[in-house]
Design a protein around this ligand. Sequence first.
Ligand code: CLF
Ligand code: SF4
Length: 498
Amino acid sequence: MQRTIVPFQSIATAGPRREAGGAPARQACATGCGAKDAGEDIAPEVWERVKDHPCYNAEAHHFFARMHVGVAPACNIQCHYCNRKYDCANESRPGVVAERLTPDQAVRKVMAVAAQVPQLSVVGIAGPGDALANPDKTFATCERVAHVLPDVKLCLSTNGLALPDHVSRIVALGISHVTITINAIDPEIGAQIYPWISFAGRRITGVEGATILRDRQLLGLDLLVAAGVLVKVNSVLIPGVNDRHLKAVNAEVKRRGVFLHNVMPLISDPAHGTHYGLTGQRGPTAQELKALQDELAGGASLMRHCQQCRADAVGMLGSDRSAEFAMDLIPEGEAAALAPEDQVKRDVYREVVERERADRRRAAEAADALAAASAEEHRMLVAVCTEGGGRINLHFGEAAQFPVYEVDRSGVRLVGHRRPRTHYCKDGHGDQDALDAITAALDGVAAVLCSKIGNRPRQRLEEAGIKAAEYPGDYIESAVAAFFRSVAASAGTGRLTA
Ligand code: CLF
Ligand code: SF4
């Protein structure tokens, strides 16, 4: 593979890239995996462990990238929302990979990515099966990555069934972040999600299986917390199954010391061949997800910027550069360490981020003050077009996913993402079908802020009651607060939701 040296000027602003051919970035663990913001309420030693983790820290996701290595093909349970036989490069849901890797291949790939993506700060194992149903491959990979690239953090995602057996190894290898997917603590509900588990040499179905799984998940969580590992819990929101139960899950995992809780929407489509997809089980709307997340306020801290990325995702959250790092593009032979110039690039990038972070925090504080000065008691949702750095720096036509911020007199905050999984501008032309899909995905949003937008999409958005405004290069929070003030100052010109 040709080694690309990223010019330094582009490092600080580099964000997600589009795959070759202009297709939207592909998405990781079915179980998926989550963040606190800028660290004011986090103990300094914990802050050190999450400040560069794009899932465990919302601010970090503007600056840092993760990569998953798909070394774990087997699974020890069945979830009704998973079908790992389905393997499509254009797919965008967890549990799916384009290629399964050996630990040798995984280490080669990690080194290739680290050399070209200075933002890389976390290497995770999130499938395509369960990381801990494949312990030899998972731990061999972690051990070797830690040896050749000591400046990355190691991260695992698991369904938790095998977790209690492996906590001591996780701690010994310095794996600092573990995600457990817990969809239910009531086995009656769990039995509606998991048809079977494989445990102690036999297949166990129904409530008995769900009870064993729940007990093992909670035991594993307790052991990790006691050992000082940061634990995130993922829960898949399944309307009509566990939607009214996730408040109890949130309370239970908070009581046990979880760092974050990530409630993710079910992805369900008959084309995926999953039980839920084939039986018509729907996923939640964006409004249903947000309503539940709002209801959980005051419980365990919530992650609201998850991208439900694939088990082989590479890059900033919301983008996937894995096609650039397919194994046949990576040279044979394993590097014992990064080239000195690549390590310098990584070190300098972190220094730039520290300066940018301080600047961005000042801007965010000023934005909150601006929003607070509004005379109106209004609240609105604003979608933004960004490719990283915490700035409005993407044309509307290039955006295939839209972070959504809520703004009112109490300030500006990230509350979710809308993912039409297509973008308007294709080969220099506007795609009207994509525009319809984007407009539908933005339902309930008052405005889209971008670096540039053409007349046709602007008009179509306005027909749908969505304003479009250009704030090229501004920090997101600054732009959202300025837009909020401008609309509030001219009452009735925007869709404000009280
Ligand atoms: Fe991967 Fe998960 Fe680690 Fe992140 S993902 S193993 S904690 S490094 Fe992140 Fe992807 Fe969401 Fe997971 S956006 S699916 S939360
Ligand atoms: Fe699929 Fe296993 Fe993950 Fe469930 S735990 S989503 S069955 S890989």
